[in-house]
Design a protein around this ligand. Structure first.
Ligand code: FAD
Length: 418
Protein backbone atom coordinates (compact mmCIF):
# COMPACT_ATOMS: atom_id res chain seq x y z
CA UNK A 1 0.00 0.00 0.00
CA UNK A 2 1.45 3.41 -0.97
CA UNK A 3 0.56 6.27 1.37
CA UNK A 4 1.38 9.96 1.05
CA UNK A 5 2.78 12.14 3.85
CA UNK A 6 -0.78 12.71 5.15
CA UNK A 7 -1.20 8.94 5.61
CA UNK A 8 -3.73 8.62 2.76
CA UNK A 9 -3.47 5.56 0.52
CA UNK A 10 -3.01 6.92 -3.00
CA UNK A 11 -4.14 5.49 -6.33
CA UNK A 12 -1.68 3.20 -8.12
CA UNK A 13 -1.67 3.12 -11.92
CA UNK A 14 -0.98 -0.24 -13.58
CA UNK A 15 1.21 1.00 -16.41
CA UNK A 16 0.76 -2.02 -18.64
CA UNK A 17 -3.02 -1.64 -18.48
CA UNK A 18 -3.34 2.16 -18.85
CA UNK A 19 -4.55 3.18 -22.32
CA UNK A 20 -3.98 6.93 -21.80
CA UNK A 21 -7.68 7.68 -22.36
CA UNK A 22 -7.43 10.50 -19.75
CA UNK A 23 -10.87 9.84 -18.30
CA UNK A 24 -9.34 9.61 -14.80
CA UNK A 25 -7.64 12.98 -15.38
CA UNK A 26 -11.03 14.55 -16.06
CA UNK A 27 -12.68 12.81 -13.10
CA UNK A 28 -10.03 13.56 -10.46
CA UNK A 29 -11.54 16.38 -8.33
CA UNK A 30 -8.16 17.67 -7.15
CA UNK A 31 -6.13 17.51 -10.38
CA UNK A 32 -3.74 14.88 -9.00
CA UNK A 33 -3.39 12.95 -12.26
CA UNK A 34 -1.59 13.90 -15.43
CA UNK A 35 -0.24 12.13 -18.46
CA UNK A 36 3.43 11.22 -18.05
CA UNK A 37 5.96 11.66 -20.90
CA UNK A 38 5.69 7.85 -21.34
CA UNK A 39 2.01 8.34 -22.20
CA UNK A 40 0.41 6.76 -19.12
CA UNK A 41 -1.52 8.31 -16.23
CA UNK A 42 0.67 9.47 -13.36
CA UNK A 43 -0.67 10.22 -9.86
CA UNK A 44 0.87 12.99 -7.76
CA UNK A 45 0.81 11.22 -4.37
CA UNK A 46 0.88 14.42 -2.33
CA UNK A 47 -2.14 15.88 -4.13
CA UNK A 48 -4.19 12.64 -4.25
CA UNK A 49 -6.99 12.52 -1.63
CA UNK A 50 -7.66 8.80 -2.17
CA UNK A 51 -11.30 9.40 -3.16
CA UNK A 52 -11.28 6.54 -5.71
CA UNK A 53 -13.02 8.49 -8.51
CA UNK A 54 -10.22 7.52 -10.88
CA UNK A 55 -10.76 3.86 -10.06
CA UNK A 56 -14.53 4.15 -10.62
CA UNK A 57 -14.10 5.87 -13.97
CA UNK A 58 -11.23 3.79 -15.43
CA UNK A 59 -12.61 1.71 -18.33
CA UNK A 60 -9.75 -0.86 -18.20
CA UNK A 61 -9.28 -1.33 -14.44
CA UNK A 62 -5.82 0.23 -14.54
CA UNK A 63 -6.24 2.01 -11.18
CA UNK A 64 -5.60 0.06 -8.01
CA UNK A 65 -6.21 0.57 -4.29
CA UNK A 66 -5.29 -2.14 -1.81
CA UNK A 67 -7.84 -1.21 0.86
CA UNK A 68 -11.59 -1.00 0.37
CA UNK A 69 -12.46 2.30 -1.32
CA UNK A 70 -12.20 5.31 0.97
CA UNK A 71 -15.37 7.25 1.60
CA UNK A 72 -15.50 10.55 -0.25
CA UNK A 73 -14.33 13.47 1.88
CA UNK A 74 -16.86 16.23 2.43
CA UNK A 75 -15.91 19.85 1.86
CA UNK A 76 -15.98 20.38 5.63
CA UNK A 77 -13.59 17.42 6.08
CA UNK A 78 -11.34 19.05 3.51
CA UNK A 79 -11.48 22.31 5.48
CA UNK A 80 -13.60 24.11 2.88
CA UNK A 81 -16.76 26.13 3.63
CA UNK A 82 -20.18 24.72 2.60
CA UNK A 83 -21.60 26.16 -0.61
CA UNK A 84 -24.95 26.60 -2.37
CA UNK A 85 -26.70 29.81 -3.39
CA UNK A 86 -30.43 29.92 -2.63
CA UNK A 87 -32.85 30.94 -5.39
CA UNK A 88 -30.92 29.37 -8.28
CA UNK A 89 -32.15 26.10 -9.72
CA UNK A 90 -32.05 24.07 -12.93
CA UNK A 91 -29.53 23.34 -15.65
CA UNK A 92 -29.92 25.59 -18.70
CA UNK A 93 -28.55 25.19 -22.22
CA UNK A 94 -28.38 28.12 -24.61
CA UNK A 95 -29.91 26.86 -27.87
CA UNK A 96 -27.91 28.29 -30.74
CA UNK A 97 -29.84 28.65 -33.99
CA UNK A 98 -28.34 28.53 -37.47
CA UNK A 99 -30.33 28.48 -40.71
CA UNK A 100 -33.54 28.21 -38.72
CA UNK A 101 -32.45 25.09 -36.82
CA UNK A 102 -30.85 24.36 -33.45
CA UNK A 103 -27.17 23.53 -33.96
CA UNK A 104 -26.03 20.04 -32.99
CA UNK A 105 -23.77 21.12 -30.13
CA UNK A 106 -26.84 22.51 -28.33
CA UNK A 107 -28.42 19.04 -28.43
CA UNK A 108 -25.17 17.40 -27.35
CA UNK A 109 -25.21 19.74 -24.34
CA UNK A 110 -28.88 18.96 -23.72
CA UNK A 111 -27.81 15.33 -23.16
CA UNK A 112 -25.13 16.37 -20.68
CA UNK A 113 -27.57 18.82 -19.00
CA UNK A 114 -30.03 15.93 -18.53
CA UNK A 115 -27.32 13.88 -16.80
CA UNK A 116 -26.31 16.80 -14.52
CA UNK A 117 -29.93 17.70 -13.74
CA UNK A 118 -30.79 14.11 -12.81
CA UNK A 119 -27.86 14.11 -10.42
CA UNK A 120 -29.12 17.39 -8.91
CA UNK A 121 -32.78 16.24 -9.01
CA UNK A 122 -33.72 19.33 -10.96
CA UNK A 123 -34.98 20.32 -14.43
CA UNK A 124 -33.34 20.91 -17.80
CA UNK A 125 -34.09 24.22 -19.49
CA UNK A 126 -33.42 25.51 -22.97
CA UNK A 127 -32.81 29.26 -23.43
CA UNK A 128 -33.89 30.35 -26.90
CA UNK A 129 -33.59 33.76 -28.56
CA UNK A 130 -34.74 34.89 -31.98
CA UNK A 131 -37.34 36.55 -34.14
CA UNK A 132 -41.06 35.86 -33.83
CA UNK A 133 -41.82 32.17 -34.37
CA UNK A 134 -38.47 30.90 -33.07
CA UNK A 135 -40.41 28.94 -30.44
CA UNK A 136 -40.98 26.18 -33.02
CA UNK A 137 -37.46 24.92 -32.16
CA UNK A 138 -38.71 24.04 -28.66
CA UNK A 139 -40.05 20.72 -30.02
CA UNK A 140 -36.50 19.65 -30.93
CA UNK A 141 -35.27 20.70 -27.49
CA UNK A 142 -37.92 18.52 -25.83
CA UNK A 143 -37.01 15.61 -28.09
CA UNK A 144 -33.41 15.84 -26.85
CA UNK A 145 -34.37 15.80 -23.16
CA UNK A 146 -35.30 19.40 -22.28
CA UNK A 147 -38.15 19.98 -19.78
CA UNK A 148 -38.78 23.72 -20.26
CA UNK A 149 -37.90 26.18 -22.99
CA UNK A 150 -37.62 29.83 -21.93
CA UNK A 151 -37.63 32.16 -24.89
CA UNK A 152 -37.59 35.80 -25.87
CA UNK A 153 -38.68 36.90 -29.31
CA UNK A 154 -37.92 40.25 -30.95
CA UNK A 155 -37.19 41.38 -34.53
CA UNK A 156 -33.77 42.62 -33.40
CA UNK A 157 -32.85 39.03 -32.49
CA UNK A 158 -33.13 37.86 -36.10
CA UNK A 159 -29.47 37.14 -36.86
CA UNK A 160 -26.77 37.23 -34.20
CA UNK A 161 -25.39 40.49 -32.93
CA UNK A 162 -23.42 40.56 -29.69
CA UNK A 163 -25.10 43.47 -27.89
CA UNK A 164 -28.81 42.52 -28.13
CA UNK A 165 -28.12 38.81 -27.66
CA UNK A 166 -25.90 39.58 -24.65
CA UNK A 167 -28.61 41.75 -23.14
CA UNK A 168 -31.46 39.30 -23.86
CA UNK A 169 -29.65 36.22 -22.54
CA UNK A 170 -28.55 38.11 -19.41
CA UNK A 171 -32.20 39.08 -18.89
CA UNK A 172 -33.29 35.42 -19.19
CA UNK A 173 -30.65 34.36 -16.66
CA UNK A 174 -31.67 37.09 -14.21
CA UNK A 175 -35.34 36.15 -14.54
CA UNK A 176 -35.11 32.34 -14.54
CA UNK A 177 -31.99 32.03 -12.31
CA UNK A 178 -30.48 28.75 -13.54
CA UNK A 179 -27.85 27.14 -11.34
CA UNK A 180 -25.82 26.13 -14.40
CA UNK A 181 -25.66 27.54 -17.95
CA UNK A 182 -24.01 25.53 -20.73
CA UNK A 183 -23.18 26.93 -24.17
CA UNK A 184 -21.54 25.55 -27.30
CA UNK A 185 -17.97 26.74 -27.86
CA UNK A 186 -18.82 27.89 -31.38
CA UNK A 187 -17.81 31.31 -32.71
CA UNK A 188 -21.18 32.64 -31.55
CA UNK A 189 -21.16 30.80 -28.23
CA UNK A 190 -17.67 31.95 -27.30
CA UNK A 191 -18.58 35.56 -28.01
CA UNK A 192 -21.91 35.46 -26.21
CA UNK A 193 -20.74 33.47 -23.16
CA UNK A 194 -18.07 36.06 -22.35
CA UNK A 195 -20.56 38.93 -22.58
CA UNK A 196 -23.18 37.23 -20.41
CA UNK A 197 -20.65 36.11 -17.77
CA UNK A 198 -19.38 39.69 -17.59
CA UNK A 199 -22.89 41.15 -17.22
CA UNK A 200 -23.74 38.60 -14.52
CA UNK A 201 -20.33 38.94 -12.84
CA UNK A 202 -19.98 35.17 -12.74
CA UNK A 203 -17.21 32.74 -13.71
CA UNK A 204 -16.94 31.06 -17.09
CA UNK A 205 -14.87 27.99 -17.92
CA UNK A 206 -14.29 27.73 -21.66
CA UNK A 207 -13.73 24.63 -23.80
CA UNK A 208 -14.55 22.05 -21.15
CA UNK A 209 -13.92 18.40 -21.95
CA UNK A 210 -15.65 17.01 -18.85
CA UNK A 211 -18.57 18.17 -16.69
CA UNK A 212 -19.80 16.48 -13.52
CA UNK A 213 -21.42 17.26 -10.19
CA UNK A 214 -19.56 17.03 -6.90
CA UNK A 215 -21.82 14.92 -4.67
CA UNK A 216 -21.46 16.76 -1.39
CA UNK A 217 -21.62 20.33 -2.64
CA UNK A 218 -23.73 20.14 -5.84
CA UNK A 219 -20.98 22.21 -7.47
CA UNK A 220 -20.38 21.83 -11.20
CA UNK A 221 -16.88 20.44 -11.77
CA UNK A 222 -15.62 21.79 -15.08
CA UNK A 223 -12.59 20.01 -16.52
CA UNK A 224 -10.47 21.41 -19.33
CA UNK A 225 -6.92 21.13 -20.65
CA UNK A 226 -4.59 23.80 -19.36
CA UNK A 227 -0.91 24.83 -19.55
CA UNK A 228 -0.76 24.04 -23.25
CA UNK A 229 -2.79 20.86 -22.79
CA UNK A 230 -0.19 19.25 -20.54
CA UNK A 231 -2.49 19.00 -17.53
CA UNK A 232 -6.23 18.81 -17.03
CA UNK A 233 -7.62 21.39 -14.61
CA UNK A 234 -10.91 20.95 -12.78
CA UNK A 235 -12.44 24.31 -12.06
CA UNK A 236 -15.48 25.23 -10.03
CA UNK A 237 -17.38 28.43 -9.45
CA UNK A 238 -18.26 28.62 -5.80
CA UNK A 239 -19.68 32.04 -5.07
CA UNK A 240 -21.49 33.25 -8.21
CA UNK A 241 -24.36 31.92 -10.32
CA UNK A 242 -24.97 30.59 -12.87
CA UNK A 243 -21.93 28.34 -13.12
CA UNK A 244 -21.07 28.84 -16.79
CA UNK A 245 -19.25 26.55 -19.15
CA UNK A 246 -18.69 26.30 -22.89
CA UNK A 247 -18.06 22.97 -24.61
CA UNK A 248 -16.88 22.41 -28.16
CA UNK A 249 -18.97 20.53 -30.71
CA UNK A 250 -18.48 16.74 -30.67
CA UNK A 251 -17.08 16.59 -27.14
CA UNK A 252 -20.34 15.39 -25.55
CA UNK A 253 -22.32 12.51 -26.98
CA UNK A 254 -25.51 13.36 -28.88
CA UNK A 255 -28.44 11.94 -26.86
CA UNK A 256 -31.09 9.81 -28.46
CA UNK A 257 -33.87 11.89 -30.01
CA UNK A 258 -37.31 11.02 -28.67
CA UNK A 259 -39.85 12.58 -31.07
CA UNK A 260 -43.13 13.55 -29.41
CA UNK A 261 -41.56 14.10 -25.97
CA UNK A 262 -43.31 17.09 -24.42
CA UNK A 263 -42.31 20.08 -22.30
CA UNK A 264 -43.33 23.56 -21.22
CA UNK A 265 -42.70 26.77 -23.19
CA UNK A 266 -42.38 30.03 -21.25
CA UNK A 267 -42.32 33.31 -23.19
CA UNK A 268 -40.40 36.17 -21.54
CA UNK A 269 -41.10 39.74 -22.67
CA UNK A 270 -37.89 41.48 -23.63
CA UNK A 271 -37.13 44.76 -25.44
CA UNK A 272 -33.67 45.97 -26.32
CA UNK A 273 -32.37 49.07 -24.56
CA UNK A 274 -31.33 51.92 -26.88
CA UNK A 275 -28.14 50.79 -28.66
CA UNK A 276 -26.26 51.38 -31.91
CA UNK A 277 -26.64 48.22 -33.90
CA UNK A 278 -24.35 47.15 -36.73
CA UNK A 279 -26.19 46.09 -39.88
CA UNK A 280 -25.82 42.43 -40.99
CA UNK A 281 -24.60 42.57 -44.59
CA UNK A 282 -23.85 38.90 -45.27
CA UNK A 283 -23.57 35.68 -43.25
CA UNK A 284 -20.51 33.62 -44.12
CA UNK A 285 -20.24 29.97 -42.99
CA UNK A 286 -17.11 29.19 -40.95
CA UNK A 287 -16.29 26.10 -43.04
CA UNK A 288 -16.26 27.82 -46.41
CA UNK A 289 -12.59 28.71 -46.53
CA UNK A 290 -11.28 25.24 -45.72
CA UNK A 291 -13.69 23.23 -47.88
CA UNK A 292 -15.77 20.48 -46.27
CA UNK A 293 -16.32 20.68 -42.53
CA UNK A 294 -14.04 18.13 -40.84
CA UNK A 295 -16.30 18.11 -37.76
CA UNK A 296 -19.19 16.68 -39.76
CA UNK A 297 -17.17 14.13 -41.73
CA UNK A 298 -17.70 10.44 -40.84
CA UNK A 299 -14.14 9.55 -41.90
CA UNK A 300 -10.96 11.61 -41.66
CA UNK A 301 -7.52 11.01 -43.11
CA UNK A 302 -5.22 13.18 -41.03
CA UNK A 303 -1.81 14.31 -42.23
CA UNK A 304 0.83 14.95 -39.57
CA UNK A 305 4.34 16.34 -39.83
CA UNK A 306 5.52 12.90 -40.97
CA UNK A 307 3.39 13.29 -44.10
CA UNK A 308 3.75 17.04 -44.45
CA UNK A 309 4.50 17.13 -48.14
CA UNK A 310 2.22 18.19 -51.02
CA UNK A 311 3.13 14.92 -52.81
CA UNK A 312 1.85 12.95 -49.83
CA UNK A 313 -1.46 14.79 -49.97
CA UNK A 314 -2.35 13.21 -53.36
CA UNK A 315 -1.92 9.79 -51.80
CA UNK A 316 -3.83 10.78 -48.67
CA UNK A 317 -6.63 12.29 -50.77
CA UNK A 318 -6.87 9.03 -52.71
CA UNK A 319 -7.21 7.14 -49.41
CA UNK A 320 -9.82 9.67 -48.23
CA UNK A 321 -11.78 9.14 -51.46
CA UNK A 322 -11.71 5.37 -51.01
CA UNK A 323 -13.08 5.57 -47.44
CA UNK A 324 -15.47 8.42 -48.33
CA UNK A 325 -13.66 10.79 -45.98
CA UNK A 326 -12.11 14.22 -45.72
CA UNK A 327 -8.49 15.32 -45.44
CA UNK A 328 -7.53 16.96 -42.12
CA UNK A 329 -4.19 17.66 -40.41
CA UNK A 330 -2.19 18.31 -37.26
CA UNK A 331 -0.93 21.76 -36.32
CA UNK A 332 2.54 21.62 -37.94
CA UNK A 333 0.88 21.09 -41.34
CA UNK A 334 -1.13 24.31 -40.89
CA UNK A 335 2.00 26.10 -39.66
CA UNK A 336 3.81 24.95 -42.81
CA UNK A 337 1.05 26.65 -44.82
CA UNK A 338 0.03 23.40 -46.51
CA UNK A 339 -3.55 23.24 -45.21
CA UNK A 340 -5.94 25.90 -43.92
CA UNK A 341 -6.57 26.26 -40.20
CA UNK A 342 -10.15 24.98 -40.69
CA UNK A 343 -8.66 21.50 -41.27
CA UNK A 344 -6.64 21.43 -38.04
CA UNK A 345 -7.56 18.83 -35.44
CA UNK A 346 -6.54 19.53 -31.86
CA UNK A 347 -6.78 21.68 -28.83
CA UNK A 348 -6.36 24.87 -30.82
CA UNK A 349 -8.09 23.39 -33.87
CA UNK A 350 -11.31 21.40 -34.03
CA UNK A 351 -12.61 18.56 -31.88
CA UNK A 352 -13.79 15.67 -34.04
CA UNK A 353 -15.66 12.41 -33.46
CA UNK A 354 -15.67 10.55 -36.79
CA UNK A 355 -16.45 6.86 -37.18
CA UNK A 356 -13.00 6.37 -38.74
CA UNK A 357 -9.86 8.42 -38.03
CA UNK A 358 -6.71 7.54 -39.99
CA UNK A 359 -3.62 9.29 -38.59
CA UNK A 360 -0.73 9.40 -41.05
CA UNK A 361 2.59 10.67 -39.69
CA UNK A 362 0.93 11.99 -36.51
CA UNK A 363 2.91 11.33 -33.31
CA UNK A 364 -0.06 11.67 -30.92
CA UNK A 365 0.83 14.73 -28.82
CA UNK A 366 -1.62 15.37 -26.00
CA UNK A 367 -2.86 18.59 -27.65
CA UNK A 368 -3.87 16.49 -30.66
CA UNK A 369 -5.28 13.49 -28.75
CA UNK A 370 -7.50 15.63 -26.57
CA UNK A 371 -9.60 16.45 -29.64
CA UNK A 372 -10.10 12.90 -30.95
CA UNK A 373 -11.47 11.19 -27.84
CA UNK A 374 -14.83 10.71 -29.52
CA UNK A 375 -13.43 8.93 -32.60
CA UNK A 376 -14.90 5.42 -32.92
CA UNK A 377 -11.99 3.67 -34.69
CA UNK A 378 -8.46 5.05 -34.91
CA UNK A 379 -5.96 3.72 -37.43
CA UNK A 380 -2.37 5.00 -37.10
CA UNK A 381 0.44 4.77 -39.66
CA UNK A 382 3.86 5.69 -38.30
CA UNK A 383 7.37 4.13 -38.56
CA UNK A 384 8.05 4.78 -34.86
CA UNK A 385 6.57 1.87 -32.85
CA UNK A 386 6.82 3.99 -29.67
CA UNK A 387 4.76 6.88 -31.04
CA UNK A 388 2.06 7.73 -28.45
CA UNK A 389 -0.64 7.59 -31.14
CA UNK A 390 -0.37 3.78 -31.01
CA UNK A 391 -1.60 3.88 -27.38
CA UNK A 392 -4.99 5.15 -28.50
CA UNK A 393 -5.15 3.44 -31.92
CA UNK A 394 -7.44 0.46 -32.55
CA UNK A 395 -5.23 -0.53 -35.47
CA UNK A 396 -1.56 0.43 -35.71
CA UNK A 397 0.58 0.02 -38.82
CA UNK A 398 4.31 0.52 -38.19
CA UNK A 399 5.84 1.80 -41.40
CA UNK A 400 6.50 4.59 -43.86
CA UNK A 401 3.24 6.04 -45.21
CA UNK A 402 4.66 6.08 -48.76
CA UNK A 403 4.91 2.29 -48.66
CA UNK A 404 1.90 1.52 -46.47
CA UNK A 405 -0.82 3.66 -48.04
CA UNK A 406 -0.67 2.36 -51.67
CA UNK A 407 -1.00 -1.19 -50.32
CA UNK A 408 -3.70 -0.07 -47.88
CA UNK A 409 -5.67 1.48 -50.77
CA UNK A 410 -5.26 -1.70 -52.87
CA UNK A 411 -6.50 -3.90 -50.04
CA UNK A 412 -9.43 -1.62 -49.30
CA UNK A 413 -10.46 -1.45 -52.97
CA UNK A 414 -10.13 -5.20 -53.27
CA UNK A 415 -12.26 -5.88 -50.18
CA UNK A 416 -14.83 -3.22 -51.03
CA UNK A 417 -15.06 -4.56 -54.55
CA UNK A 418 -15.49 -8.05 -53.18
C1 FAD B 1 -0.92 25.29 -26.59
C2 FAD B 1 -0.69 24.29 -27.68
C3 FAD B 1 -1.74 23.99 -28.51
C4 FAD B 1 -1.55 23.03 -29.53
N1 FAD B 1 -2.59 22.76 -30.34
C5 FAD B 1 -2.45 21.78 -31.25
C6 FAD B 1 -3.54 21.39 -32.08
O1 FAD B 1 -4.64 21.96 -32.03
N2 FAD B 1 -3.35 20.38 -32.95
C7 FAD B 1 -2.16 19.73 -33.07
O2 FAD B 1 -2.07 18.80 -33.90
N3 FAD B 1 -1.10 20.11 -32.34
C8 FAD B 1 -1.22 21.11 -31.44
N4 FAD B 1 -0.14 21.49 -30.71
C9 FAD B 1 1.18 20.95 -31.08
C10 FAD B 1 1.45 19.60 -30.47
O3 FAD B 1 2.08 19.77 -29.22
C11 FAD B 1 2.39 18.78 -31.37
O4 FAD B 1 3.58 19.53 -31.59
C12 FAD B 1 1.79 18.43 -32.71
O5 FAD B 1 0.52 17.83 -32.54
C13 FAD B 1 2.71 17.44 -33.43
O6 FAD B 1 2.18 17.20 -34.68
P1 FAD B 1 2.58 15.91 -35.48
O7 FAD B 1 2.18 14.69 -34.71
O8 FAD B 1 2.04 16.07 -36.85
O9 FAD B 1 4.16 16.04 -35.59
P2 FAD B 1 5.32 15.29 -34.81
O10 FAD B 1 5.08 15.26 -33.37
O11 FAD B 1 6.58 15.90 -35.29
O12 FAD B 1 5.22 13.80 -35.31
C14 FAD B 1 5.49 13.41 -36.62
C15 FAD B 1 5.35 11.91 -36.67
O13 FAD B 1 5.51 11.49 -38.00
C16 FAD B 1 6.17 10.24 -38.00
N5 FAD B 1 6.77 10.03 -39.31
C17 FAD B 1 7.95 10.47 -39.77
N6 FAD B 1 8.15 10.03 -41.04
C18 FAD B 1 7.05 9.30 -41.38
C19 FAD B 1 6.66 8.59 -42.54
N7 FAD B 1 7.46 8.53 -43.62
N8 FAD B 1 5.45 7.95 -42.55
C20 FAD B 1 4.62 7.99 -41.46
N9 FAD B 1 4.96 8.66 -40.32
C21 FAD B 1 6.16 9.31 -40.30
C22 FAD B 1 7.18 10.37 -36.89
O14 FAD B 1 7.59 9.09 -36.40
C23 FAD B 1 6.41 11.16 -35.85
O15 FAD B 1 5.78 10.30 -34.91
C24 FAD B 1 -0.30 22.42 -29.70
C25 FAD B 1 0.75 22.74 -28.83
C26 FAD B 1 0.56 23.65 -27.84
C27 FAD B 1 1.69 23.97 -26.91
Amino acid sequence: MVKNSKGIEVAQILQDKCIACQICIGECPVGAIELSPEGVAHVDAEVCIGCGKCQESCPVEAVQFERARKKELSREERGMPPVGIPGYDGVAVFIEVQDGKGVQVSWELMGKARELADKLSTRVMGFLLGEEGIGRIAQDAFAYGCDEVHLSEHPVLEGYRSAPYGHALTHLCETVKPEILLMGATYLGRDLAGIVATHLKTGLTADCTGLSIEDKTRLLLMTRPTFGGNIMATIYCEHRRPQMSTVRPMVMRLPERVPGREGRVVLHEWSPPPMDLPEIVELVGDALEGGPDIVQSAALVVAGRGACDPQAFHLLQELADVVGGTLACSRPVVEAGLMPYERQVGQTGKTVAPKLYIAVGVSGAIQHLVAIQGAEKIVAINPDPNAPIFKVANVGIVGDYARVIPEFINQLKHRMGA
